[in-house]
Design a protein around this ligand. Sequence first.
Ligand SMILES: CC(C)(COP(=O)(O)OP(=O)(O)OC[C@H]1O[C@@H](n2cnc3c(N)ncnc32)[C@H](O)[C@@H]1OP(=O)(O)O)[C@@H](O)C(=O)NCCC(=O)NCCS
Length: 387
Amino acid sequence: MTINENADVNPEFVKGLEDVIASTTSIGYIDGQEGKLVYRGYDIFDLAKYSSFEETVYLLLYGKLPNQVELEAFKEKLVSYRPVMNEVMDRLAQFPCPCHPMSILRSGISLMECINESCRGSGNIEGEIEEGIKLIAQIPTLTAGIARILNNEPLVQPDPELDHAANFLYMLKGKRAHPMAERIMDISLILHADHGMNASTFASLVVAATLSDIYSSITTGISALKGPLHGGANEMVIQMLLNLNSVKEAEEYMDEVIANNKKIIGFGHRVYSTIDPRAKILQRYAEELCNITGNQQLYSIARTIETRGIEAYGKKGVYPNVDFYSGLIYHSMGIPGNMFTPIFAVSRTAGWVARIIEYLEDNRIFRPRALYVGLKGLSYVPIDKRE
Ligand SMILES: CC(C)(COP(=O)(O)OP(=O)(O)OC[C@H]1O[C@@H](n2cnc3c(N)ncnc32)[C@H](O)[C@@H]1OP(=O)(O)O)[C@@H](O)C(=O)NCCC(=O)NCCS
């Protein structure tokens, strides 16, 4: 038996769909060479400086910055949708597993859809937007609740007086966070909200395009985001940093990584061949936060890895990505490592929803082909004649 050499070769085939254009979008733009990220025409540096997560979500969903009245109405809607049904939280609390919070989050969203009939595919765009806004509002409540369940702490109900990021930290910690932590969380949520046709966005679009419901699309996004080559990297970065006890150890660690041409977690990106603009923004806030929380040594360790990593791999276009500094920020806020990827999902849900709605407005089911490289023309052998 031989592998068929005459498979119908498609010269366009690219593994991992690298650079393949799968749809058009007006939502976000990345210039990987210049290190630019743009949402609806606005540079991420400006949004991080002047905007809020709520305003950014409005921008992603509706294509324009809201005026004051629109923003207030949108914020009120998000606040009204924040509470998650007790039945969902009660069931999550009974989960038998010592499993990853991303798995519990994925299950929580499935439960919301199973328990609440009104969540099911409305079949129209307006209905899907409304369910999407509900998810953007409820996933922080679900995520904070999961963290508290895993820590054997009582659940904290959302505070309608607080903005999205401040309320999320409040539900997570059970008390108001430092104003600087609240603002940095807000910025981090802005930075993670959307990022081109990344793996989780593509995965959620594939499901949406079958006209399945938006809950199924978002659970698919979460499943893809969980992977260590995608959103799961932020948790691994902090594990790497916490394993190093000094700058000297970081130097030795990097000697070994570089000598063996190993990958550095939190480095590299399919699109950027320069520093990820989100890492650039987060690095400054990581420094500020580490200074006020007594984590200066951890920050110095991260800087050592960054500098040595860029020296060794920068010429290949491998630089720190968003996950390199986000973990340091969340760690300085006292958040456990296993919650870092769920926090990514708290933010990225906005991008998933915006892109799902955009795609559904001119939907076409995804159906690529696989290049067959297997056997052909075999004769069926009865089981008693097989070796
Ligand atoms: C993100 C990632 C999956 C992108 O993968 P990709 O586009 O398929 O890139 P490749 O894995 O093909 O790597 C291309 C080259 O860069 C190198 N490279 C990629 N990521 C690297 C890293 N983190 N550290 C060192 N070198 C890296 C590869 O070794 C390869 O070098 P070579 O051409 O000499 O063989 C990859 O960079 C990675 O695994 N990074 C670590 C995980 C991570 O931080 N993920 C979060 C992304 S936001």
